[in-house]
Design a binder for this molecule. Structure first.
Ligand SMILES: [Zn+2]
Length: 254
């Protein structure tokens, strides 16, 4: 009963064996995957993949890192067309702010983020938020617009996590939880309700221990679910059930 709320199977890391990997996942317990775009090109690929596999859904969006290349001025209408023409588009993402990667184009990043939040609100879709070293601005923008969705690969403080929950959003937890140095994330998982956590991979990135550093696939979520079960001293099936329900609640039309 694995629901992977965030993966990138359009990534070049899957170019050699994408079809084999995606055909195998349902047999490995994966029921749902939301594949997120990070640019116009990958959003289109993401929709293609979702249309090909019954268990896959798509998010379309432009990641702040895409600003390193020239961006089509009509990017919102391109994304909007993908939303309107494809029933399997269930979210806007991956969008957000990344001041670790580039702290010199903050205003462009914020504009890109805000425009895509507006798009999500117009279409009543949740968003998949990327936030790296931009906690303050991310939180301010989320408070201003009040979108629904997931703060993916959560890297903020417990206090920030609680603020996110107060906004009605969810916390995405993936492979990082199994890493030795994930103290803050450990504290967060112990101190927020399981009803507000969703599981994710960020495949092909961030594979959990014991596959850390290797190419990640959605089946590896099992190691994250087992870690949460151990931390909370509950049965792992309860972790699958609750986080699955949470994801259904977010992506309403699944
Ligand atoms: Zn991602």
């Amino acid at each position: 009963m694995i629901f992977d709320t965030h993966a990138h199977y359009d990534d070049a890391a899957f170019d050699d064996d994408r079809e084999e990997v995606l055909k195998r996942l349902p047999g490995q317990g994966v029921c749902r995957v939301v594949n997120a775009g990070v640019s116009i090109e990958t959003s289109k690929k993401s929709v293609e993949i979702a249309n090909k596999y019954s268990y896959i859904r798509s998010a379309v969006g432009i990641h702040p890192q895409a600003l390193e290349n020239p961006l089509e001025s009509n990017y919102i209408s391109i994304l909007e067309k993908l939303i309107n023409e494809n029933k399997k588009v269930v979210a806007v993402g991956e969008i957000g702010l990344d001041y670790h990667f580039n702290s010199k184009n903050k205003s462009e990043q914020i504009e890109l983020f805000e425009n895509q939040i507006a798009l999500s609100l117009k279409h009543r879709l949740p968003i998949l938020v990327h936030n790296r070293e931009a906690h303050k601005d991310t939180l301010e923008i989320l408070k201003k617009y009040r979108p629904k969705g997931i703060v993916h690969c959560f890297s903020g403080s417990l206090e920030m996590a609680k603020e996110i929950l107060r906004l009605g959003m969810y916390i995405g937890v993936g492979g990082v939880l199994t890493f030795k140095n994930a103290h803050t994330l450990n504290t967060i998982v112990r101190n927020i309700p399981l009803t507000r956590i969703v599981l994710e991979t960020d495949a092909p990135y961030l594979a959990p221990v014991p596959f850390r550093g290797e190419r990640c696939i959605s089946a590896y979520i099992r190691f994250v679910a087992e870690k949460i079960a151990e931390m909370l001293d509950v049965n792992v099936n309860l972790v699958y059930e609750i986080t699955f329900q949470n994801a259904l609640e977010i992506f309403k039309d699944l």
